[in-house]
Design a protein around this ligand. Structure first.
Ligand SMILES: N[C@@H](CCC(=O)N[C@@H](CS)C(=O)NCC(=O)O)C(=O)O
Length: 201
């Protein structure tokens, strides 16, 4: 069975979203991020989650993992081949990456791994509010970024999940998030807050 290393990260949500959309069974392995083991660093010398193992194949970085899954399991393509779709998905990834970065001080305060000042937190909320319309405006319909559910939706929903948990305003994407969460296939991309891996490394 496919193993995904790491659970509670928007980058893991992205991978999980693609696995769910392709209806591929998988299980999680928990990673001790405060004390990364030699065994984990042997899988990914960069030390970041997610990492995916599929038999003998190990892939790290969510972008590479999704590219691998698209090639290896072409059912239900999440990044269509046409140029327009590729460009749009690329923009959604870049914007979602930036939003995840901006949320980092807020995440640090909520989980106690970074002591951000009140000014830094207020600045992060403001910058996120300023950037969200650019992501929202990429949508070609109220429901999806492309004509159908795609990786652009997955990266956006992954950030919006983080935003919900960090009490960050989802701005123009609040209704979009609520609408998609009612779809069980999409809801399954998010682990429960206390979800643990079948194993740990
Ligand atoms: N570009 C990477 C980013 C992954 C990433 O930043 N993961 C974070 C968790 S949210 C991590 O592992 N951070 C640990 C570190 O930076 O050492 C991807 O898309 O997979």
């Amino acid at each position: 069975m496919i193993k995904v290393y790491g659970i509670h990260s928007p980058f893991v949500f992205r991978v999980r979203g693609v696995l769910e959309a392709k209806r591929l069974p998988y299980e999680h392995v928990s990673v001790d991020m405060r004390n990364r083991s030699a065994a984990f660093l042997a899988l990914n010398p960069i030390g970041k989650i997610p990492v995916l193992r599929d038999g003998d194949i190990v892939v790290y970085d969510s972008v590479q993992i999704v590219a691998y899954l698209e090639l290896r399991y072409p059912q239900t393509r999440m990044i269509p081949d046409d140029l327009h779709s590729r460009i749009l998905v690329g923009k959604a990834i870049a914007l979602a990456d930036k939003l995840d970065d901006l949320a980092y001080p807020i995440l640090g305060r909520v989980f106690g791994f970074r002591d951000a000042s009140d000014e830094e937190i207020a600045d992060a909320h403001q910058k996120i509010a300023d950037l969200l319309p650019s992501l929202s405006d990429l949508r070609t319909t109220d429901r999806f970024f492309l004509r159908e559910y795609s990786y652009a939706d997955i990266v956006t929903l992954s950030f919006l999940r983080l935003a919900e948990r960090m009490s960050i305003d989802q701005g123009p994407l609040a209704d979009y998030y609520r609408m998609h969460l009612s779809d069980p296939l999409i809801a399954r991309m998010f682990p429960a807050p206390d979800e643990q891996g079948v194993d740990s490394i």
